[in-house]
Design a protein. Sequence first.
Length: 81
Amino acid sequence: MKTSQINFVKSELKKNGYISRNHCLRVHLTRLGAIINHLIADSYVFHNFSKKPNSNRWGRKEDVGYGKNDFVYTLRNIKIK
């Protein structure tokens, strides 16, 4: 797995507190599930949910997934081993 992709996901989580499948696909990152599993093995804890059409938790359609079906991983915390 490319370190640059993992670093991209980590930076988005640090900046926003969440990352979405559609956002990753827009930047040509197709292995988000594998990266999330790698981060879980590194003691990251996530809350994940499916975002339905026309339901926008963040207030604007432009924020995540443009109001379409999306899957969002929200960082809960990082456990120290």
